[in-house]
Design a binder for this molecule. Structure first.
Ligand SMILES: Cc1cc2nc3c(=O)[nH]c(=O)nc-3n(C[C@H](O)[C@H](O)[C@H](O)COP(=O)(O)OP(=O)(O)OC[C@H]3O[C@@H](n4cnc5c(N)ncnc54)[C@H](O)[C@@H]3O)c2cc1C
Length: 811
């Protein structure tokens, strides 16, 4: 198709950096060439052209590792595929470890490597020196050697994908700036450019450092901050001149630096550990005119880390610095890219926010193209969905988080570690009270949520193994199982769905059937057209045409879109996000009925208030929604009072519960309690990669319903052989539990992956979930799991480890 102003396209991509071009290429590979990419300057003239081009495999996030791995698979092949030279250097990489925690992290990453399929070895300093004879290994305990990665010329990679895309028939419009984007009454987007307008069914914002400005054109904003980052190139290094082999890319946490060979010179990039206020000009940077722009260098800012890097590779010191590059990198708040639909906007997608866009570009384009065209992707995209952030992630939040993320680039991430930047953006009215009771909070979707309670003032010693809060969590679990526990879960996403078509609408988008009786509660899932899991919600019928819908805190924006964007023009349905209007208190445990009975006149016996029902009751005179459900597997109620009454209700429960030994508990305990009950988690077991059949959740699918989204695909799957099956298992391990992403082995073959796990304190067993081939899923099957380098026996279980008949819930 020859494009001209006024052209229409299925997809218009704004921005011709590596992210936008990769998306264009992969859409074309999937057969979608009704596309136009619009770039204001030359391709790559934003951040891409000046990048150092490293493409590491070693990433602590399983799904991000798949993105990196795909790029590292694609890039060496691009020249053959497209005819464009990309200068791929298969140098591999070595990341250095200095502490036992670093080493445990490497062991965890080795599991990811085995699962994802890239080669990695943990090597000692002697081996490091054999591979790189010029390195100083003082203080180094070990190295994580990845053999399948390397570096490439970012412009070459982008040009190759652009060439490949246009060969397939995709269109690229260069030297034309997008100046506005408006929504037409038809639902299409009008993309206004300096040279005229284009009409798009879907717009993708791939504008790199300008992505916020593009988002603002459609009344939105993005959690992106642009950081300045330096690398320096030395003069020729004599030792490299005399040698044919290239050294692997060295990643040194002490120097907060990457060090590599650039032809016969050295290249050092520093993630300096300073506050970096001078790196950020929120209003003026980057200017619209910015094109192939570099900033004045500031070597002082790189000290002392540049010095440490020179100490690591003394041969660089003698070569002197010949070139300095200081360019802009877009950073998201959590360091992962923004891939997927923008919140609240239909057919407006994001492909931006990547701070390692060269390494991630290939994979981001591939998996986003799948999601855009088919409704889901073959990898779990939950952690990249831009709707993982809400309006709390404003410019101030982003600045703090972005700086933190930049500084932490070479820090070892530790399980449970709480990071200080931009906290307490959303708090429950109980926040201060719980703080005085020793509450340690964790952050989800801006909310501060109780994690555990430090009753003796101790702080957590973060570790990949059981640590000094293990016994404290055990006590919290026992208080719920034996007495009664209280938890503030105010962060839950909450919606009211009302109107004459509320029931039919929910039945249309959910696989389960809506409850027929007032007060009935169901667990309901929204599926994609391909039958994969998009959302999980707890839905209560409060009255005819009035439903109260609850979802995970992190899904607040995403599920709002699911609920509201599928209302058809002839349906009368209103969706209201009431998350900030109501608090949530979980009261659970065998004594919970007696505690609640002391402060309400409502009858709480099984005939009057049965399990899986909800109603409006009065608690100390406050009208409160009470739902007899919970995620911990005990008799109990979730109380949802108006936010302003949270403190009153909490205090009344606390007073009433004193004689029964009431105790606070937090999310660490919840994980232990739910894994004992084999409750699955959205985003871990229930993801866009799998169907309800794969996840063994068919009992929540009502195939007898005339229609629901994903029904045909579910019926089709029932006729086919499956590739995956979720299993629940016990693992024999003394001080390490499953976290998710560990490889599952049959003999020496990696046949599956864990999704989540934890220690069941009450049943005294280490438990988990994972996906394996159906032939290996029968209860009693013995497999093994790699836990921090140790092969541990796992046995598939038939039933939940705790209360398989739900007797406690029905008590
Ligand atoms: C010094 C340095 C070294 C780096 N080294 C590495 C590395 O080794 N490995 C790695 O993975 N990453 C590295 N990065 C990061 C990497 O450069 C970025 O993550 C990546 O380039 C982002 O790509 P992008 O496509 O999102 O953005 P960009 O490349 O900035 O592309 C966005 C494009 O959108 C265009 N655009 C913006 N507004 C409009 C508009 N209104 N109309 C039309 N077009 C528009 C811009 O002109 C630009 O070309 C480095 C960055 C720096 C600064």
């Amino acid at each position: 198709m020859a494009i001209s102003v006024g052209s229409q396209a299925k997809v218009v991509i704004v921005g011709g950096g590596i992210m936008g071009v990769s998306l264009l290429y992969h859409l074309a590979e999937e057969g979608c060439t009704d596309t136009i990419l619009i770039e204001k300057g030359e391709l790559t003239s934003g951040s891409t052209w000046h990048a150092a081009g490293q493409c590491p495999s070693l990433v602590g996030n399983y799904n991000l590792a798949k993105i990196h791995n795909y790029s590292n698979w694609l890039y060496p092949k691009l020249e053959e595929l497209t005819g464009q030279y990309v200068s791929w250097h298969a140098a591999g990489g070595i990341r250095l470890a200095f502490t036992e925690n670093d080493l445990d992290w490497f062991r965890f990453l080795k599991g990811i490597a085995d699962n994802v399929g890239f080669r990695m070895e943990i090597i000692d300093p002697k081996k490091i020196r054999q591979i790189n004879p010029f390195i100083n290994t003082d203080g180094v305990l070990a190295g994580a050697w990845t053999l399948d990665d390397g570096h490439a010329d970012p412009s070459g990679l982008t040009s190759a994908m652009a060439r490949g895309a246009t060969k397939y028939g995709a269109n690229i419009e260069r030297h034309n700036r997008v100046t506005d984007i408006t929504l037409k009454p038809t639902g299409e987007w009008e993309v206004v450019t300096e040279k005229g307008n284009f009409i798009a069914e879907t717009v993708v914002n791939a504008a790199g450092c300008y992505a916020r400005q593009i988002a603002q054109m459609v009344g939105s904003d993005l959690p992106i901050v642009n950081m300045q980052h330096h690398y320096v190139v030395t003069g020729p290094v004599r030792e490299f001149v005399e040698r044919d082999e290239e050294i692997p890319v060295i990643r040194d946490p002490r120097a907060s630096a990457y060090l590599r060979q650039e032809q016969k010179s050295g290249l050092i990039g520093i993630y300096e550990q300073v506050a970096m206020t001078e790196a950020w000009e929120p209003d003026g940077f980057p200017s619209w005119a910015s094109d192939s722009e570099l900033f004045p260098d500031n070597l002082d800012r790189l000290m002392p880390w540049l010095g440490y890097a020179m100490e690591r590779m003394p041969v660089f010191e003698d070569a002197g610095i010949k070139r300095i590059v200081n360019g802009a990198i877009p950073h998201s708040a959590d360091g992962s890219p923004l891939l997927g639909p923008a919140a609240g906007l239909k057919n407006f997608w994001l492909c931006c926010g990547s701070s390692f866009g060269i390494a991630q570009g290939g994979g981001c384009g591939k998996y986003l193209a799948q999601w855009l065209l088919y409704g889901d992707s073959e990898i779990n995209m939950t952690g990249f969905d831009p709707r993982r952030f809400g309006s709390y992630a404003d410019a101030r939040y982003m600045k703090a988080k972005g700086f933190q993320d930049y500084r932490l680039t070479y820090f070892t991430p530790l399980p449970g570690e709480e990071l200080p930047a931009a906290r307490a953006r959303r708090t429950s009215p109980l926040h201060d009270k719980l703080t005085t009771q020793g509450c340690v909070f964790t952050e989800t979707f801006g909310w501060e949520r109780p994690k555990w309670f430090s009753l003796d003032g101790r702080s957590e010693e973060y570790s990949y193994r059981h640590n000094n809060v293990f016994d404290i969590v055990r006590n919290e679990c026992f208080s719920v199982r034996e007495r009664v526990g209280l938890l503030d879960l105010t962060g839950f996403a909450k919606y009211e769905v009302t109107g004459p078509d509320a029931e039919s609408h929910l039945n249309n988008i959910c696989a389960n059937a809506m409850p027929k009786r007032t007060g009935g509660i169901v667990l309901a899932h929204i599926l994609s057209e391909r039958g994969r899991i998009a959302a999980e919600m707890t839905i209560t019928r409060l009255a005819d045409n009035h439903y109260y819908v609850l979802s995970a805190a992190g899904a607040e924006m995403r599920d709002l879109d699911h609920l509201s964007q599928n209302i058809t023009s002839d349906e009368q349905v209103e969706i209201r996000n009431v998350t900030d209007e109501r608090g949530v208190l979980v009261l659970a445990g065998p004594k919970s009925r007696r505690v609640l009975a002391k402060i309400t006149d409502e009858k709480l016996d099984n005939d009057s208030f049965r399990w899986l029902s909800g109603k409006e009751i009065h608690v100390v005179g406050v009208p409160t929604r009470a739902l007899r459900v919970n995620y911990v597997g005990e008799l109990g109620w979730e109380l949802h009072p108006p936010m302003e009454h949270m403190e009153t209700i909490y205090e009344a429960l606390w007073r009433a519960g004193k004689e029964f030994g009431i105790a606070n508990f937090g999310l660490y305990a919840v994980n232990s309690l739910r894994i004992e009950k084999a409750y699955r988690g959205w985003g871990a077991e229930l993801t866009n990669e799998v169907t309800m059949i794969d996840a063994d959740m068919e009992r929540f699918v009502k195939l007898k319903k005339e229609h629901f989204v994903g029904k045909e695909a579910t019926l089709r799957q029932k006729q086919q052989e499956r590739a995956l099956q979720l299993v629940y298992f016990e693992v024999e391990s003394s001080e390490v539990d499953v976290r998710g992403s560990e490889p599952i082995f049959m003999g020496d073959n990696c046949i599956g992956v864990t999704t989540s796990g934890g220690y069941g304190h009450f049943v005294e067993r280490s438990l988990g979930f994972g996906y394996v081939p159906p032939a290996m899923s029968a209860p009693g099957t013995e497999l093994s799991i790699d836990l921090l380098g140790e092969r541990c026996r796992m046995t598939v279980l038939k039933d939940p480890a705790y209360d398989p008949t739900n007797a406690r819930l029905r008590a």
